[in-house]
Design a binder for this molecule. Structure first.
Ligand SMILES: NC(=O)c1ccc[n+]([C@@H]2O[C@H](COP(=O)([O-])OP(=O)(O)OC[C@H]3O[C@@H](n4cnc5c(N)ncnc54)[C@H](O)[C@@H]3O)[C@@H](O)[C@H]2O)c1
Ligand SMILES: N[C@@H](CCC=O)C(=O)O
Length: 514
């Protein structure tokens, strides 16, 4: 087994890679608009009722029509997953891991097709799509290796005449509920973490991006996953989401998404259903309101570049997005001016070519919600640049910057999940950290400073799950920067980290008298 190393990103300045992604678009365009069934126990089920997935950059373009699971089908899928658990849990961890390694190899070969599909279905630019596909491959490679590390359990002490073991065993049926903003990497990572640990999975992808999830389940099948191990059941969050969360045979819920839906899952999963014999395990990765702090003694060009890239990458639709900047008063005007210049250099448009940094936002309701913050920002602060949107052909919003905001303003507190950056001024570094900590979230953050003492202060006091120094606050790499947040950002489960697989298992002690 070669040691884990993260998947390299693609250099799109090279002609061969430009050509390759264009070939990827051709493959995807050949299946655009098709019907995609549910997959339950390996069986393809087509329903009357469909989820229609659209291209957010060309809002009339249908990516696919995906069958929609009813509660009846969800019940059937749960029964099959429950039965399949009895056999899958006994499959050797090496064999389970091999499915992940083979799937990684298949995706590596079809990398440009998956990137093109993300570009079409989620509106990702080439770079953002490529980074996401690489992350998906990383999850497969990393979690496979983590399972191999855990397969013999952990060492414990034994006394003379006694043989003690500490092993990890899987939990059971896992409901995986994934978001649209990383519709490949997070969907794939959360699914295979549960599966490689020996659990069976009901995968409910986000309704805006179900086609890429279908294509991934096909890859798992090709990689040798037995029928019934991962069951593909897109459907309404409120209808089948609640049903699965509340079901007595659900053992684990792995959710990534918004704060409100996550909190609803905590509440519903804590309630005992009739015939339920366990306390449901939940893994919840939720929202963020992430801050970049700029010290007075800092590389101000690096600061402005980091702020702009973290705020506007994928149109700000990342839980890790640097949607807030807190800048010390000594350098405030200088950094704000440079942020304005850099933001004005960004172009917004359809991500079919590698020419725009900012693509569309995901759909009409996101467009409406994000645009509703523009008047709020004008009221609360000073509009530096942006503020316009155009939803005539796709859902495009200009990167928008508001400065001079009170740290408690709505722009500085609420997760907008779009290309809107808020900036506040701090009188000194202590106050900057205080402001950075003053939201209910605690996911990512960054500090730009040359002052070693201030870095150490931030290391102790800046309360976020992923803290970065002298760089932006997005782009965690699997195995290098395990990802997850504090407070209302979730259960800090650290996807892509050394403890993640254990969250999908339970430890069993056996003690034998010799
Ligand atoms: N912390 C992280 O790692 C992380 C990563 C990505 C996204 N996010 C967060 O996700 C949010 C954006 O994603 P979204 O808009 O897809 O979130 P969302 O909460 O609207 O939806 C997430 C998933 O939950 C499902 N769902 C909705 N209602 C449900 C219910 N009642 N029961 C069960 N499932 C239900 C949705 O269909 C979808 O599959 C942002 O808040 C972002 O910060 C967090
Ligand atoms: N893991 C990603 C964010 C995922 C949430 O949207 C990052 O580090 O930027």
């Amino acid at each position: 087994m070669i040691p884990y190393k993260h998947e390299a990103f693609t250099d799109f300045s090279k002609e061969e890679n430009k050509k390759a992604i264009k070939e990827g678009y051709k493959i995807v365009d050949a299946y655009l608009g098709q019907d995609f069934p549910l997959i339950v126990g390996g069986e393809r089920i087509t329903t009357e009722s469909k989820i229609v997935s659209y291209n957010p950059a060309k809002k009339e373009e249908v990516i696919g029509k995906v069958s929609k699971a009813s509660q009846e089908i969800a019940e059937k899928a749960l029964k099959i997953a429950d039965e399949t658990f009895n056999t899958w849990k006994k499959v050797k961890p090496e064999v389970r891991a091999d499915v992940l390694f083979k799937a990684a190899a298949i995706i590596r070969r079809r990398k440009f097709e998956f990137s093109a599909l993300l570009s079409r279905e989620a509106g990702k630019t080439w770079v953002e799509a490529d980074v996401e596909v690489a992350e998906g491959i990383d999850f497969l490679e990393y979690y496979g290796r983590q399972m191999l590390r855990l397969k013999e359990g952990q060492p414990v002490e034994s006394r003379p005449g006694e043989y003690n073991r500490y092993d990890y065993i899987p939990l059971g049926v896992s409901v995986v509920i994934s978001p649209w903003n990383f519709p490949f990497a997070i969907m794939a990572g959360t699914t295979v973490a549960a599966m490689v640990a020996g659990n069976t999975v009901l995968l409910k992808p986000a309704s805006t991006t179900p086609v890429v999830a279908y294509k991934f389940v096909e890859v798992l099948e090709e990689a040798g996953m037995p029928a019934g191990v991962v069951n593909f059941i897109p459907g309404s969050g409120a209808e089948i989401g609640d049903f699965l969360v509340e079901h007595p045979r659900t053992r684990l819920i792995s959710f990534t998404g918004s704060r409100d839906v996550g909190l609803g899952i905590v509440e519903k999963s804590a309630k005992l259903a009739e015939k339920q014999i366990w306390i449901k395990r939940t893994i919840l990765e939720m929202g963020g309101k992430d801050t970049i702090v700029v010290d007075k003694d800092a590389d101000l060009e690096l600061a402005a570049q980091s702020i702009v890239r973290s705020a506007f990458g994928f149109s700000g639709q990342k839980c890790s997005a640097g949607s807030r900047a807190v800048i010390l008063e000594d350098v405030y005007d200088q950094v704000v001016d440079r942020v304005k210049e850099l933001t004005n250099e960004l172009t917004v448009g359809i991500p079919d070519e590698d020419e725009h940094f900012v693509g569309p936002v995901i759909d009409a309701s996101a467009f409406k919600k994000i645009m509703s913050y523009i008047p709020v920002g004008k009221e609360e602060g000073r509009l530096i640049t942006g503020g316009e949107g155009d939803d005539s052909k796709g859902y495009f919003i200009q990167p928008t910057v508001f400065a001079d905001l009170s740290p408690t303003s709505r722009i500085m507190q609420e997760e907008i999940f779009g290309p809107i950056l808020g900036i506040s001024k701090a009188k000194d570094f202590d106050e900057a950290i205080e402001i950075a900590n003053n939201t209910e979230y605690g996911l990512t953050g960054a500090v730009i400073t040359n002052n070693r003492m201030n870095l150490e202060k931030a290391r102790e006091d800046f309360h976020v799950g992923n803290l970065y120094f002298n760089r932006g606050c997005t782009g965690a790499i699997v195995g290098y920067q395990p990802f997850g947040g504090f407070n209302m950002s979730g259960t800090d489960s650290k996807a892509g980290g050394p403890d993640y697989i254990q969250l999908h298992m339970q430890a069993k002690t056996t003690s034998e008298m010799l």
